[in-house]
Design a binder for this molecule. Sequence first.
Ligand SMILES: Cc1cc2nc3c(=O)[nH]c(=O)nc-3n(C[C@H](O)[C@H](O)[C@H](O)COP(=O)(O)OP(=O)(O)OC[C@H]3O[C@@H](n4cnc5c(N)ncnc54)[C@H](O)[C@@H]3O)c2cc1C
Length: 490
Amino acid sequence: MRMTGYDVVVVGAGVAGLIAALRSARSGRTVLVLDEADEPGGCVRFHRVGGLDLDRGAESFATARPAVAALAAQLALPVEAPLARTAWIYHRAGPAPIPAATLLGIPAHPAAADVRRVIGWPGAARAALDRLLPPGRAPQGLGELVRARLGSRVLNRLVAPVVAGVYSADPAGLDTEAVAPGLLHALGEAGSLTGAVQRLRGSGSPAGSAVAGISGGMGLLSRALAAAVEQAGGEIRCGARVSGLARAADGWAVAVRPPASEPAPGASGIAKGSEPRTASYPVETILADSAVVAIPAAGAAPLIVQATDGAVALPTTPATDVLIATLVVDEPLLDEAPRGTGLLVAPDVTDVAAKALTHATAKWAFLARRAGPHRHVLRLSYGRGGATPADSDFPDLALHDAARLLGVPLARRQLGDAATVRYSGQLAARRADQRAALERIPVQLQRFPGLALCGSAIAGTGLGAVVTNAATTPIGDVPPLGAGSNHDEQ
Ligand SMILES: Cc1cc2nc3c(=O)[nH]c(=O)nc-3n(C[C@H](O)[C@H](O)[C@H](O)COP(=O)(O)OP(=O)(O)OC[C@H]3O[C@@H](n4cnc5c(N)ncnc54)[C@H](O)[C@@H]3O)c2cc1C
């Protein structure tokens, strides 16, 4: 067993871990970041498809919170708005543009023509009751709230596809405050849900205006963060899986192994049986004054339980599996962006397996320039009902779904390149019934000096929430990001 020491060890080199590491390194701490993957970035990374660096996970960020744009500015990364095209919804009756004045699919004006095109007159009539119902006590989950005030057509045809596309989650039980900050407060003030949406949106801004990207791709954010960590003297070690975290005499002992999927050295001689293959590895123990856990909840929960001798229990949600299929196709009929920036698929649709499609070259000007004439990048996500198709279904399933969704024939002969990426457990939207428990965690962790938790495990899904959280999570007396350390001049 080898032992080495650092001021701060960060578990996980996603955006959250990198921010925690940057803050620590810039305040003069010796820092080591450990990640089991082969490169830093977590859900915010590139892969190369058709000769293009394309985002394999997050491809934009919500601008409702200022943190991501502020971070990009600090890292001198140019923020780019999506092209002013609308996104569409594909529901049982066919495709329709997402109504202009909506928030997470909740309409500000249920009788507007673009809303009626999706929910019909019966849906609009039911949604109009929202203005007559007393504000009362809002139900806990977003789905319950929308159903109670606006009816099931608005829930199923507008809100469910948007929430599934953005959060890979069912709106039932979803923490409204986490996904739509300020909505419940505005409901109390406006007296109706549609009135609340009107207030939050202001007037007249087009649907989709609430997100932005980084010119060149979101993967640049992780690359710039990793470079900044190293420039500030921090170390990032990939291919290092943290398997244990315990209190040591003067701080924390972090147990590290190579990732489970990697064949063990000399593995051919290992006896078969129930013992995991990684058991043959020597565990390296790294000592640190502070340990920051910045991995998804499924992995963070056991580490926090171990580190606190069971005193702190992190709530977890069952893992949501997601598959992203990327197609690079040559098809002039797509030049006109027939479905704007892409489509979200309603849960009751049966002729398409995907739950969303992003026409990336119709959404991002930088990508359209890079791809060149008549070349298009299509990104489809799968995981409806919690199940993802088999690898052998691709690329044909994605071509079929893209053709159906976009209304343009697509076959293998138009395909330049394709790739799939699977995610398991990274998308864990905060549930309303977890709010109280999650809010208690930072208070409970105060009893364990030097132990910190940040990122999606505590903040929920989405870069806005994750960056805000990682920039301010207490790590000893390390200052928050942007608070007087020497990075402001960058
Ligand atoms: C497909 C997809 C699309 C998304 N799209 C968007 C979007 O468009 N906009 C948006 O705002 N958000 C989006 N998100 C969500 C957003 O990307 C995440 O919420 C955010 O990046 C989480 O950052 P994080 O640092 O907390 O965790 P992660 O990015 O999950 O990073 C955690 C890191 O920890 C490492 N790790 C895990 N376990 C261990 C261990 N035991 N030891 C060592 N290392 C470990 C992992 O390898 C990983 O690098 C998307 C997520 C996915 C999966």
